[in-house]
Design a protein around this ligand. Structure first.
Ligand SMILES: NC(=O)c1ccc[n+]([C@@H]2O[C@H](COP(=O)([O-])OP(=O)(O)OC[C@H]3O[C@@H](n4cnc5c(N)ncnc54)[C@H](OP(=O)(O)O)[C@@H]3O)[C@@H](O)[C@H]2O)c1
Length: 302
């Protein structure tokens, strides 16, 4: 551990690069002048960048109690995010135990809109259980349950086919969701961390501005890119196979497949004002996201 001095917040998952919510939370808190300790798994260039921005760096595995306990010394509030992985409960329990022992006062926990005790996805059930473990810790906890991230359009939605065929292949049926940016979720987490009292014991669904079907999302791509982009609804089983062949871990494949099925039936069809109300300004639109990532979706992209 290379941390030193007192601090205001500990951020787990601070070097993240998918939704990168921990990364955004770290940067936003630093920009507001807070003292931030960034918990990273690897001492790499991402950690070096955070250090340059002013964060204290702790390198370690969040499943290691003594490392987490030491990282929480003198910390008042923490953001906790962890990948969709079979070890989520172990990581969460370790964090809760260390937080309780260290006198941590607040936790903002990244969960999912799918978190339910009876969800067909084991990972969604895992998120629900992880929420309960944190609740039992007695620390003031706020859960964040976003729908699909906008950033998924760069990964699981496969930008290659948008680029090469003008087609968006997914098994999401006619269901809708309001895709949300990691940066906007981070603004909610920062709003809670910096004024935790009113938010303790609350669960927030943090959505983008409008719920859209995939056909409507394809239409947004068409308008922004100024060329035909069409949604093609595929069977969930085909997607499951493609994800497996693409090297996605089995738990994630199962989760994405089960959630796709639930999405068809409206599981994520919800819009809230949480991002604006707690995060301070309206959430990013799909239009802006596609425009900002235009080069990824253009036929000339690598
Ligand atoms: N994608 C979606 O549509 C969506 C929607 C709703 C909710 N969520 C939830 O969002 C969460 C992920 O958030 P995110 O996208 O902000 O995360 P992220 O960008 O993927 O970052 C996760 C970070 O955790 C670090 N990490 C992994 N294992 C660790 C360990 N054992 N000890 C310490 N650090 C570890 C990773 O380190 P390395 O980078 O070094 O591996 C990474 O930096 C998941 O729980 C998921 O269920 C996702």
């Amino acid at each position: 551990m290379t941390a030193s001095g007192s601090t205001d917040f500990l951020i787990v998952g601070a070097a993240g690069s998918h939704g990168a919510t921990g990364n955004h939370v770290t940067r936003q808190l630093l920009a507001q002048g807070h003292r931030v300790r960034a918990f990273v798994r690897q001492d790499d260039e991402r950690a070096a960048t955070l250090k340059m921005l002013g964060a204290q760096i702790v390198v370690g595995d969040v499943r290691d109690f003594s490392t987490v306990r030491a990282a929480l010394e003198d910390v008042g509030g923490a953001y906790f995010t962890y990948p969709l992985d079979a070890s989520l409960l172990e990581a969460t329990t370790t964090f809760a135990a260390a937080g309780k022992q260290s006198g941590l006062r607040s936790i903002v926990n990244m969960s999912q809109i799918t978190a339910r005790p009876d969800h067909a996805s084991p990972a969604a059930r895992g998120h629900w259980l992880a929420e309960r473990v944190l609740d039992w810790s007695g620390i003031g906890v706020t859960h964040i349950r976003p729908p699909y991230f906008l950033e998924n359009l760069l990964t699981i939605a496969n930008p290659t086919t948008i680029r090469t065929e003008g087609k968006l292949y997914l098994p999401f049926g006619q269901g809708r969701h309001a895709p949300v940016a990691g940066e906007d979720i981070a603004r909610v987490a920062v709003g809670v961390l910096t004024n935790p009292g009113p938010h303790h014991g609350k669960t927030y669904v943090t959505t983008g501005p409008v719920a859209l079907s995939m056909a409507e999302q394809a239409d947004t791509f068409r308008r922004v890119l100024n060329r035909p982009v069409q949604y093609v609804d595929i069977p969930v089983e085909n997607w499951r196979q493609a994800l497996s062949q693409g090297g996605f871990p089995p738990l994630l494949v199962e989760h994405l497949s089960q959630v796709a099925e639930a999405h068809k039936h409206g599981e994520q069809d919800l819009v809230t004002d949480v991002v604006k109300a707690i995060g301070g300004s309206p959430p990013q639109t799909l239009e802006t996201f596609v425009r900002d990532h235009r080069s990824t979706f253009e036929p000339t992209a690598p």
